[in-house]
Write a protein that binds this ligand. Structure first.
Ligand code: SAM
Ligand code: SF4
Length: 325
């Protein structure tokens, strides 16, 4: 088991497959974004090798993310590798859903069991504004395909004041009445590349619970408030699914953090909201053997910092898409 200095069981790796994306969500990246050249990204072969090494160290959960992970041609094979790697118990994917309609079934056949789809609004015009050019109907087709393929569905909505903090939240939560899905509302976080969207535009969990209670009546706490991953779960009375709140700003969950990130260019990013990183790609490409690589992974776990520094105005230099969301 990989425990860090604070006795947290660091067993969940989020692997960014690319920093590139087919959308430009306003809170995530600027419209004119330069992406890394292909040879700077870890290759499929390097990723297949690393998945085995992380499992050997004791990691049990892998999530593929990005940038947009469905842009990566080798995604289905990477899922298949993770699924047959001894020790890996859970595989997830976080996607904007634009390319999911054709991929949902192959991904399920490769071993994927659940998918997180990012969707901030059900209003097509607003969706286009938030993503700068995205077509909502493509995401909805991806969502349908995921449900038809039998994947467990979670929807992730980043909520921002004045943009999607009321009617959109109420409309997204309505899905849970009939569907066994989790609809999760994420507090918008500040990053170095989205400085015009800082903490004042973050809408807190408490405020959103009030908005939902007005529309649906008081929400019932699920699991006595025990976090499901990073989400605190609630249910509208009688609903099939749950509503989750991911509240790193107003209710930090650092004590329960189990994750580390591997950036697309092969750096271990130790806390989403801090800059601490350790390089793996240099070792890999320098011919390091498995023992040297696993030593570096263990060292990174031990070096994982405690707590983020948002209250002290410490924000990560790079954006979410570059780190791996
Ligand atoms: N492209 C994929 C997607 O959008 O699902 C995966 C990568 S994206 C960076 C992962 C998650 O990060 C998405 O749910 C997105 O909404 C969220 N995200 C991006 N920027 C954020 C920010 N400033 N604050 C909070 N969440 C953010
Ligand atoms: Fe792309 Fe996801 Fe960032 Fe939106 S949140 S720009 S879909 S990486």
């Amino acid at each position: 088991m990989p425990f860090d200095r604070f006795n947290r069981d660091i067993s969940y790796l989020r692997i960014s497959l690319t920093d590139a994306c087919n959308l430009r969500c306003v809170y995530c990246m600027p419209e004119k974004m330069t992406f890394r050249p292909r040879d700077e990204l870890l290759s499929d072969a390097e990723l297949h090798r690393l998945i085995g090494l992380f499992a050997a160290v004791g990691f049990r959960k892998i999530r593929f993310t990005g940038g947009e992970p469905t842009l990566r041609a080798g995604l289905v094979d990477l899922v298949a590798t993770a699924a047959r790697t001894p020790g890996i118990e859970t595989i997830g994917l976080t996607t904007n859903g634009i390319l999911l309609a054709d991929l949902a079934e192959p991904l399920r056949a490769a071993g994927l069991r659940s998918v997180n789809i990012s969707l901030d609004t059900l209003d097509p015009e607003k969706f286009k504004q938030i993503t700068r050019w995205g077509q909502l109907d493509r995401v909805l087709a991806g969502l349908d395909a995921a449900a038809d393929a039998g994947l467990r569905v979670k929807l992730n909505a980043v909520v921002s004041r004045g943009r999607n903090d009321r009617a959109d939240v109420v409309a997204l939560a309505r899905y849970t009445l009939a569907q066994p899905w989790q609809v999760r509302f994420i507090e918008q976080m500040p990053f170095g590349n989205n400085s015009e969207f800082q903490i004042p535009s973050t809408v807190s969990e408490d405020e959103l619970r009030g908005v939902l209670a007005e529309a649906y009546g008081p929400l019932e706490l699920v699991n006595n408030g025990r976090l499901d991953g990073e989400a605190r779960l609630y249910r509208i009375a009688g609903a099939a699914g749950c509503i989750g709140f991911i509240s790193p700003v107003s209710k930090p969950f650092c004590a329960d953090c189990t994750r580390m990130r591997l950036t697309a260019e092969g750096r271990l990013h130790l806390c989403l909201l801090r800059d601490n990183e350790m390089d793996l790609r240099g070792l890999l490409r320098g011919g390091a053997d498995d023992a040297a690589l696993t030593d570096r992974i263990r060292a990174a776990v031990l070096d994982k910092p405690w707590g983020h520094g948002l209250e002290q105005h410490v924000i990560p230099t790079r954006g979410m898409s570059e780190i791996g969301g």
